[in-house]
Design a protein around this ligand. Sequence first.
Ligand SMILES: Cc1ncc(COP(=O)(O)O)c(C=O)c1O
Length: 392
Amino acid sequence: MDYPERFANLPEYAFPRLRALLDSHAPGGEAVAFTIGEPRHPMPAFVGEVLAQSLAEFGKYPANDGTPELLAAISAWLKRRFHVEVAENRIMALNGTREGLFNAAVALSPETKRSKKPVVLIPNPFYQVYAVAAVEVGAEPVFVPATEETGFLPDYASLPAEVLDRATIAYLCSPANPQGAVAPRDYLAQLLHLAEKHDFRVFADECYSELWREAPPPGALEVAAAEGIDPERVAVFHSLSKRSNLPGLRSGFVASGVENIRHIRRLRAYAGAPLPLPIQRVSERVWADEAHVVENRALYAEKYADAAEIFAGVNSFRLPDGGFFLWLPVPDGEEAALKLWRETGVRVLPGAYLAREVNGENPGKGYIRVALVAPREETQRGLIRLRDCLYT
Ligand SMILES: Cc1ncc(COP(=O)(O)O)c(C=O)c1O
């Protein structure tokens, strides 16, 4: 039997590649996993109680778009956090942002643009679902370096007009996985004006927006509102996975203009997987609570401070502006990951596995990604071993 051609050239996902690189070697010490970005701080204490109260609702088909109460809680959060009025008909509940980043592209990216094959713009390195979404919608993925020279954000404005004119979607991740860069207001405003000029949509993946170090990152919707830009130009994606340490709940949302959301909702009425009602009830409560988010940030702040102290003598070290990853320069990411595992048992991800090679260059090659998700002491121990192995 045949399989779809369009997915045939997808590279192996990062984690099987990592296992192939490391697993035939014994760890050189107690294993410490800095690889997976799975939050491990406590989830809000009330989750179990709310879930128990709504168990009977597993017996019902859930509201496809999100219950009115959930959408209202999200709208209220957007208002508190980003000072924007986003009515409930501009929001759709998601099973986490990953599927939403894919399915929104399916719902919104046209087959052709100006009679040509469309382009989807993707920062490089990037969260991998963007690339498979581009392939799914029949677009040419264009990987745009997000390196130290560009402030770890993609310089979309530098692309040829011919490419920008074919763009249907530009993905942006801020705070960025893996680099931790936060897109400033000016950057977002310029990108949105570029989108107006060349008629594409900005998909802003803001799932790390609550894990910031010094100041809350601006959101693309609020910048669009401030700049008087049509909300249909932008879709923002948020999640409870990182904000609230609930990666297994599978709960997030997309917010955009009324028309975009209408299109997304229509597709999902046919083929979507709505969130079970008890999950929607829990989510409603979690979006309404900020206390646990403040505590969560404080736990990351301790680990950032530890990292800054541990790497104090290392010139190339920089703390991220947001998110929970360190993006550390090394001569070669794969060699560094292998050496670190064999000599110390610390497991990190080679940056090349999160990026694509373009014109013979992989912008992740000279990096490793270190997820600061483990408890504080374990993180400290791991970082000290990492520094001693790779930076002394
Ligand atoms: C940049 C980025 N976007 C989206 C996601 C998806 O998160 P979720 O589907 O749990 O909301 C992740 C998860 O690691 C991520 O790092």
